[in-house]
Design a protein around this ligand. Structure first.
Ligand SMILES: [Zn+2]
Length: 491
């Protein structure tokens, strides 16, 4: 047996040597066909377990790699081609997915821009980083602008401290530098509220062209292209077949959003436009959204094309996320932030690693708070103490243990909700009236049927887990029962 193993090892090594020799002989001029990385060649020769353990370990290249993080605001997972959607809305994102680790069940920590991005930035739950609203209630009627506590570290700032030049090109509004996002950044574009990548991406490319050879960088690109507050040109709206009263403008979107929130008559009620919008109206708004998704994808494609053309993809880790989705009356309202259903929490999350640029599908539940801890693990960088996110690197290397995801919203003080999900079930708890709803996502992915009364034991267990989680960060559910506050005007 030992002899046989020795023979196999010799054959594998001999093969590897021949391939290395062939590689070394290949002409190295640009355009010559050669494998992107040695690992592409060696992988079939080395035993699976050994290769899996080493896969995505880029720690020995950490001094040469740059990082690009692209946040496509309000992009629903179910609009992407890799989700199984056949409308062809995201060909460029789908192409990137072919070279990336694709997380099919990535869950955001919050259902709207500000807390969601801050949870990514800090790998902490919203209740911990406390950037849960743009204003913070100080007293009965007194509010101050929220900013991240100096005691909480952000991952981009850590990257900046370790030598990466951090630059941000964003659509402003909920990701403005003043909330704490800009910490450690050499420059941070956020001056145009609800701007799309048509604004932020050209600025990012201009910076890249000027500085791409100046050393390692962390570049954050963000756009509101798919968001309700980003305007689709009227000519495109007119091309849609619809005979109702809506016009698809951003002003109308804001008006409807507020109207639905005003429908909250008592603590714990749902925001609702039932009786105001019919099915045709909802389909129209969704068609407007889909067109915006298509435009967002084209801008993403143009940006990625430039990265490729500049030769940056071979030395850059590219991550694409969305911060939340958007609702089109699946639960009686539009927009996002007011609830924690899947259309709002299920996000896009991809990571493309140079040297390992091929598709890997991850079906297990992951959280967007895991994004930066994974990046740091891959690069072999030390992460801050006591964060909530955990590295997904073991998952990428074959570990199949499952994890729970949590989410929160205290959207403008209109609602206070918390959710927990595992691979199959999700429980949403309304803190203001104590009502809980349980969904079996394996048969009811759109969460249309509350099964809490049919499954009292599971409901109890998940609620206990959720309450235990809240307890670990000082949230006392009793404090919220019957609570009614003056809502925050800005969104
Ligand atoms: Zn957002």
């Amino acid at each position: 047996m030992k002899q046989l193993r020795a023979i196999v090892v010799v054959i594998v090594l001999a093969n590897a040597a021949v391939l290395l020799w062939l590689l070394a002989r290949q002409p190295s001029e640009p355009g010559a066909a050669r494998p992107a990385d040695l690992s592409d060649v060696l992988e079939p020769l080395v035993d699976d377990a050994t290769m899996s353990a080493a896969r995505y370990d880029l720690s020995d290249r950490k001094d040469e790699l740059s990082i690009v993080l692209i946040s496509m605001d309000a992009l629903r997972y179910d609009r992407t081609g890799f989700s199984g959607n056949t409308d062809g809305l995201t060909p460029n994102l789908d192409q990137l997915a072919e070279e990336s680790v694709v997380f099919h069940n990535a869950i955001s920590a919050a259902s709207w821009t500000l807390p969601s991005h801050m949870s990514m930035w800090t790998a902490r739950w919203p209740s911990i980083h406390r950037v849960t609203n743009k204003l913070t209630l100080l007293g009965a009627d007194k509010m101050s602008e929220t900013t991240l506590s100096a005691g909480i570290e952000t991952f981009p700032n850590l990257l900046a401290q370790q030598g990466w030049t951090a630059v941000g090109f964003t659509g402003g509004a909920g990701v403005q530098g003043k909330y704490g996002f800009g910490r450690g950044f050499a420059s941070y574009l956020d001056d145009r509220p609800f701007a799309g990548m048509d604004y932020s991406s050209p600025a990012a490319l201009e910076w890249l062209q000027a500085h791409k050879d100046d050393g390692q960088f962390f570049l954050f690109l963000h756009g509101y292209d798919a968001h309700g507050q980003y305007a689709l040109p009227e000519s495109q709206i007119q091309g849609l077949s619809y005979e109702g009263a809506l016009n698809g403008s951003t002003e109308e979107q804001a008006e409807l959003r507020e109207k639905g929130l005003q429908a909250i008559a008592k603590p714990g009620d749902d925001a609702s436009l039932s009786g105001i919008l019919d099915d045709a109206d909802a389909h129209f708004l969704e068609a407007v959204y889909n067109k915006k998704v298509r435009d967002a994808d084209q801008r993403l494609g143009a940006f990625l094309g430039e990265l490729r053309r500049l030769g940056l993809l071979e030395r850059t880790i590219v991550m694409v996320v969305s911060d939340h989705g958007d609702e089109f009356m699946e639960h009686g309202h539009i927009d996002h932030g007011h609830s924690l259903y899947q259309e709002q929490l299920h996000t896009v999350m991809l990571m493309r690693f140079p040297g390992y640029a091929r598709r890997q599908d991850v079906q297990g539940v992951v959280r967007t708070v895991d994004l930066f801890p994974t990046l740091f693990d891959v690069l072999g960088l030390p992460e801050p103490a006591s964060i909530d996110g955990t590295s997904l690197l073991p998952l990428l290397q074959g570990d199949e243990s499952s994890r729970q995801a949590f989410a929160e919203t205290d959207y403008r003080l209109f609602v206070h909700r918390r959710a927990i999900r595992d691979d199959q079930y999700k429980l949403v708890l309304d803190l203001q009236d104590g009502e809980r709803r349980l969904y079996d996502l394996s048969v009811d992915p759109l969460e249309q049927t509350d099964i809490s009364s049919e499954q009292p034991r599971r409901t109890y267990e998940m609620e206990q887990a959720l309450r235990g989680w809240m307890g670990t960060h000082g949230t006392n559910p009793q404090d919220y029962l019957g609570m009614r506050q003056k809502p925050i005007e800005i969104f």
